[in-house]
Each structure stands twice: as C-alpha cells, then as structure tokens.
Write a new protein. Structure first.
Length: 569
C-alpha cells in the first residue's frame, strides 16, 4: 500500500539468478574491532579535515568497513573486484582511506537481506557504514537495532554546503529514516522527476487522422476513439486501440501508467496523499477514485483499452504500443531510450511524440511523483572516524555531481572505465569504454546526485540552450531530441505532482491487515473496470476497507506523518 516504498526496491530490469549458496558466501572479510571513541571534535565543518589528516589525507591510512548489496549490473575489469578496483585505489590515494567490505553478497534473490538479517539476529558486529537501497522494512530493522548513530547531527556538522543544498531540495527525504525526531539514516539522493510520466502518442497516426493535441480527458477520448475505430495503421482491420495500460501489479505504476486518470479527479491510487488540512488519506478510497474508475470502465467498454489489461504487467502492456497495436502509452521521459524505439522495428515510418498529462472535468491534472531518495546510509555508533565518510562524500558532491570544467571528474570518474580518449577527444559511449561504470563501485551506488540537476539540464537543452558544463555536454551527447522535449513537458507540469506522502515502515495494522486490504482493492479495481460490478459497488468497498483495518491504518499513518513532519529539520 506504500507505492513510494515499492519504488525504492532495486530495478526490476536487473537480471540474473544466483545460487542459494551465495546467501552465505563472502564471510571472510571481517574487519578488526573498533574502539568506542567519540568523533574527532576538531573536524572543520563541511570539510572532513581532522587531526588525523594531513593536506586532506589520513596519515597513516584508516579503514572504513562497510556493507552494501552488489548488483548483477556491476562490472569489473580483470584483476579487480569489490575490494580492489579503480575506485578503491583512488580513495586510498586521495584520502588515505581503505574501503573494505565486511562481507560480500549479491543483491539478487534477497541474498544480501538474508545475510544481514542473520548478522543482526546473532548480534554480530556491524561495519562502520551500511549503504542500502531496497526494503524499507530492513532499514527500519537496522534503525531499531540501536547500533547506528544520529547521522543527522553528523550531517549538520560535516556535510558540505553543496550536499546540504541537494538534500534541502526536499527535506522529506529524511522521513523514511527517522526515529523519535532523529535522522538516523542519511538519504541517498536520486534525480527528481526521473520517473514522472508524460503521454506518448503515435504522431503519424495523429497526422493521418487529422487529430488535434488532446488537452483534456474529453479531447483524449476523441483521439482514442479514432485510434480504435478509424484504422490508423491502414491495414483494413479493426485491430488497434487507444491506450496501452496494464494493472496486473498496480494501477499507478512506473510505465503503462493509469494513475494520471485518477489525478484528473484530484487523487492518486495505491498511495497516501496529503489533504488540504495537512492530513494523509489513501487515494484509492476517495470520491475522485470512484470517478476515475468510472472513466476507465467507460473506456474499456468502448474498446479503448486492451482486453488483457488486468493480466498485463508494465512491460507487457507497453509492448502493445511498440507492436503498433495501441496509439498511446504513458510513462517516463526516458522511454525513447527504451523501449519506444522498438515501434520502428515493426514500422520504419512510425513516429511518436510526448504530450502533457490531460486535465479532468474540473481542469485538474495530476500525476505520481518520483522521490528524490532511493536508499540510505547508516553510520555505526562505534565508527572511529565518521568524519572520514563525509570527506569522501563531500568531494563527490563538489567534484562529480556537477563537475567543473577542468576538474578531476570533468569527463567521468576514471579514464579507461567510464571515459576514454578517442581521436583526441574524450568519449563515454559503451562501444569505446566497454561499459564499465565506476560510479557503481561507490559507497552510494551512483557517486553523488543533485536531484534537480538532470531535469533542469534536459529542459535547458530542449529549449536550445548551449551545453556549457561537463554535465550538460554529457547529457546532450546521450539524449535524443524526443527525450529532451519530454523532459521539458515533465517540468512544465511539475505543479501537478501528487507525491506519495507515507514513506515509513508498515504500521502495526498494515502488518496484520495489508494482505486482505490489498486483495479487496485489486478486486474492486478490476471488477469495476471490466464492468463486472456496477460503479456504485465502490462505496461498499470503501466501507469494508475502513472496517477491515483501513480506518486504523489511516490513524497510524497520520500519527507517523505528524511525528516526522514536526521533527524533521
């Protein structure tokens, strides 16, 4: 029931199956025991410089032990591995810090989570740092263990201004990792709006049928009707339809999304939304949700939606668009990179274009938002030099997140890995580099990201702005015009975002009642859309949902929200 937490899970695109024995592998890298020392009080704020550092480098070197899941997408050169690679060598040479995995476990098949939970259960010594993106429940278990320090205080003291400014773009990134008003976990930042949807439409079909850009749901219905009934592909068959959607998993999802239909009626399903009186309500049980389901029911009855939508996941639903069956799909700005170009495999003359999310009867438009956070850093209470982590991460924020001209990371993190010189010029494409990505070796998985930077850059380039900075040049080289234009649309509608407001661990009643409530929710959504029950049965569902734990969960969610929103700095 917490859509935002589901989006923190590792990418569904990562492939690979690991043997069961991998769960217990990599146990031999334990670090030496640490003293129970207080952080060095002489550290200069925002610099990471301390008594143990000379010219920004520890002398003698120190070790930071850590744990993080290692995904199947992390690729090493021959002779390198998780503990010994171009990045660990750079950290040693630059800071006098040796990064050492306490043990190594893959991210697949919950191997990392299983091993870490076993370590917690047997009260094993934790490493200096745990970097994690995945289950919010596991993050809460780590926080509840009491083994990790109030990292918020350390962040206030040691983080650079650039890093602080990046976090402050959305202070709610702290909320999932708070306890009793304390910021135990440091949020790992991601690019803002990266998964926010736009409407992708077959532009060649629009031109052929002489259709105008749809601005409202009413306009959109005219387009969908034409795509369904006027043979847009010209094959003489009635084998096309309007909108590619799939709701096997959820109605509000990352691709082939239909949450925007609910947004047109002022709500967002499968998540907790903020009301005008600063309280949280579950989007699927609102009056707006009933109106949206009625709309989808109408569209299904008119043939605008695929009859198999209830069986399609996000990728399968999108295949209707790339196969030339559907004329519209809703999803992120980056879909030209994958999978939209596949439509041209079936029709070389196919064209598609991004359009804004349409408005509803009252002029409202709404879409789900992309959280600015995708994981957390936890710092051991017994870490001898916590300021060392900040020295490392501050540098990445200052020099890598938006690298300066002439800076160390102007072209990438490591020459010969994510960039090489070819014909006297730096290039970053995988054909030249071999696809190595040293940012994936870092403690925070992506090096450092400033949430607003990506979409601001894409929007600037879409407007014809010159790529001046190294970051802008890198983005321009890898972004087709269709992606730039879509990003500009995303930003033009940023005020329509309905963010998921509950980002905590499951409440007590969620733990006992979620399964039945989610089944009730999915059943009513499917039955109404397929017109198996009348729309007014939605009201009976809401009553049952509230009585079966929904009211209690609403109370608990609001207690959580008041605790974090009142205690966050």
């Amino acid at each position: 029931m917490n859509q935002r937490n589901r989006r923190m899970l590792p990418s569904v695109l990562l492939a690979g199956v690991m043997a069961l024995t991998a769960i217990l592998s990599g146990c031999g890298n334990d670090t030496e025991g640490k003293g129970n020392k207080e952080p060095d009080q002489t550290v200069a704020e925002g610099t990471g410089a301390s008594n143990g550092m000379k010219d920004g480098k520890y002398d003698p070197p120190i070790t930071i032990s850590y744990l993080r899941p290692w995904g199947s997408d992390v690729k090493f050169k021959s002779g390198e591995d998780e503990d010994n690679n171009v990045h660990t060598k750079w950290v040693h040479d630059k800071f006098g810090i040796d990064l050492k995995n306490k043990w190594i476990s893959p991210s697949t098949n919950n191997a990392f989570e299983t091993k870490l939970r076993l370590s917690l259960a047997t009260n094993e010594e934790m490493p200096d740092i745990i970097s994690y993106r995945g289950e919010i429940n596991l993050v809460r278990e780590l926080i509840d263990s009491g083994k990790f320090i109030d990292a918020g205080e350390l962040f206030d003291k040691y983080a650079s201004q650039t890093w602080k400014d990046a976090v402050n773009e959305d202070p709610s990134v702290w909320y999932p990792f708070m306890q009793d008003g304390k910021r135990i976990g440091i949020p790992i930042l991601d690019y803002a709006y990266n998964g926010d949807p736009v409407m992708w439409i077959r532009e060649d079909w629009m031109k052929k049928l002489n259709l105008s850009a749809p601005k409202t749901l009413a306009d959109l219905e005219k387009v969908m009707d034409a795509f369904t009934n006027q043979d847009p592909d010209g094959n003489g068959k009635k084998d096309t339809f309007g909108l590619a959607i799939g709701f096997k998993n959820w109605i509000n999802t990352w691709m082939s999304d239909a949450g925007w239909v609910f947004g047109a009626f002022g709500t967002m399903p499968n998540q907790w939304n903020k009301t005008a009186d600063n309280k949280l309500e579950y989007g699927t049980v609102t009056a707006g949700a009933k109106q949206a389901l009625g709309t989808l029911q109408s569209w299904m009855s008119k043939g605008y939606l695929p009859t198999q939508a209830g069986l399609y996941d996000e990728v399968k639903a999108t295949e209707d668009f790339t196969a030339g069956k559907a004329g519209i799909v809703v999803g992120p700005h980056w879909m030209p990179a994958w999978p939209l170009e596949d439509v041209k495999k079936n029709n070389k003359d196919a064209q598609y274009k991004a359009y804004p999310i349409p408005t509803g009867p009252d002029g409202k438009a709404g879409r789900h938002g992309t959280p600015n956070v995708n994981g957390a850093i936890l710092i051991n209470k017994d870490m001898e030099h916590p300021e060392a982590f900040f020295a490392y991460q501050n540098y990445l924020f200052e020099q890598y997140a938006n690298p300066p001209v002439g800076g160390e990371f102007e072209h990438g993190l490591a020459e010969g890995y994510d960039w090489v010189m070819a014909d006297g010029k730096p290039v970053t494409d995988a054909a030249h580099t071999g696809g190595y990505a040293p940012e994936k070796y870092t403690l925070t998985f992506d090096g450092a990201r400033i949430p607003s930077l990506m979409m601001q850059t894409l929007s600037k380039l879409a407007d014809g702005g010159e790529a001046v900075t190294p970051f802008e040049k890198k983005i321009k080289s890898g972004s087709p015009q269709s992606m730039l234009e879509a990003a500009k649309i995303v930003m033009s509608q940023k005020d329509t975002v309905l963010p998921a407001m509950f980002t905590g661990a499951p409440t007590p009643t969620m733990q006992t009642s979620n399964d039945i409530l989610q089944k009730m929710e999915k059943d009513i959504v499917s039955q109404i859309i397929y017109n198996k029950v009348p729309l007014d049965d939605f009201d009976k569902f809401v009553e049952k949902w509230k009585a079966a734990g929904g009211d209690k969960i609403t109370e608990e969610v609001n207690e959580w929200y008041q605790s974090v929103s009142g205690g966050a700095k």
